[in-house]
Design a protein around this ligand. Structure first.
Ligand SMILES: [Zn+2]
Length: 58
């Protein structure tokens, strides 16, 4: 499972929205929007899944 990271549009910080997905699922939902509560500013944002950044592989 990969954790999805997004950039908070309000603070510019990269945040972990707590969503985990498999790469194949990720590719399948690439054109969708994902809405989640933002731990950086406390609001919720919507991001295109294609904008998700994956943590660097160890
Ligand atoms: Zn935010």
């Amino acid at each position: 499972m990969e954790r999805l990271l997004f950039v908070c549009p309000k603070t510019g910080r990269q945040i972990d929205v707590g969503v985990e997905t498999e790469i194949d699922t990720l590719l399948r939902i690439k054109g969708k929007m994902l809405r989640a509560a933002c731990p950086a500013c406390g609001r919720s944002h919507e991001w295109p899944v294609s904008e998700a950044a994956l943590p660097k592989a160890a």
